[in-house]
Write a new protein. Structure first.
Length: 288
């Protein structure tokens, strides 16, 4: 066993999802407050460690099916590089570290992490193969990730932002299912039971609906919020969504997961970075 196998087991590349914890910090105009930034960053690592524990347990649960998957068969547990007993020990250890870190910040933040872990176990053990419910539970986990940042610094988070994050999580999850369906082809139902219910047609229909909701929610939030200049970012939101969908539908590149789409396309990555910069400028530097 090598250190890179442990890093791969923790799926550190997936920690980007926990950057949502910074949303309350940014939108409450506290990004420049050092103590709040430090607390949120500690929270980010606590949340990320809990996420890694969840990934490990999920890999243990799915080890036999992962061995049939053309990509997942190379994961440390599926490939036999790390034993199931050792992987379980790592999962429990980092979960305890996560809970300890979270408790130093806020009791309610600790509750949020525990609730995230509990919902993830329900997903892994019972709802992973329940069409639509699997997507909704993942989206709720994204809401917990973002809302937990507010529990650390004791600020209010707009329901519009929560709704937007919820819809975006559904959008990414649906596209993940689509990517898996493209990658696995006829093998999909054998590797994952839920693909007996998902197909390209119903996934595309749901993606079209949720894309509209994301654009509408962000536009309405921009108009109703105390940062009206956010409205100038709406064209970027539209471009990012359309570009993302276009890349998946072209099928000219093989994507393993949703974030691969961003990392492999320079235009999309630059657009997202510009969007983040414009949001920060609209909140912190433009006064009307």
């Amino acid at each position: 066993m090598k250190y890179r196998d442990i890093i791969k087991l923790l799926r550190i590349e997936q920690w980007y999802k926990n950057l949502l914890i910074y949303v309350p910090l940014i939108f409450s105009q506290n990004l420049m407050r050092k103590i709040f930034l430090i607390r949120t960053t500690i929270g980010f690592f606590a949340l990320s460690l809990a996420s890694s524990a969840i990934y490990i347990i999920n890999d243990i649960r799915d080890v036999e099916r992962d061995r049939l998957h053309p990509i997942k068969k190379f994961r440390p547990i599926a490939s036999g590089k790390i034993s199931i007993k050792l992987a379980f020990f790592y999962a429990i250890s980092i979960l305890l570290i996560s809970l300890f870190l979270s408790f130093t910040l806020s009791f309610m933040f600790t509750v949020a992490i525990f609730f995230l872990f509990l919902l993830s176990m329900i997903y892994t053990l019972y709802l992973k193969n329940s069409a639509i419910l699997d997507i909704l539970l993942i989206a709720i986990n994204y809401i917990i990730r973002s809302s937990s940042g507010a529990l650390i610094i004791y600020v209010y988070i707009s329901p519009w932002l929560i709704a937007g994050i919820f819809f975006t999580a559904i959008f990414l999850s649906l596209n993940k299912r689509k990517i898996e369906l493209i990658t696995l082809g006829d093998m999909a139902p054998r590797i994952r039971q839920v693909f007996n219910e998902y197909n390209m047609k119903n996934l595309d229909q749901m993606i079209n609906i949720i894309s509209t909701l994301i654009i509408l929610t962000w536009t309405l939030y921009s108009i109703e919020s105390r940062y009206p200049m956010l409205i100038i970012t709406t064209p970027l939101i539209v471009y990012i969504i359309f570009r993302y969908l276009m890349l998946i539908n072209l099928k000219k590149k093989q994507y393993n997961n949703p974030h691969d789409v961003v990392l492999k396309d320079k235009n999309l990555l630059i657009s997202i970075l510009i969007f983040v910069v414009m949001v920060i400028i609209s909140i912190y530097f433009i006064r009307l």
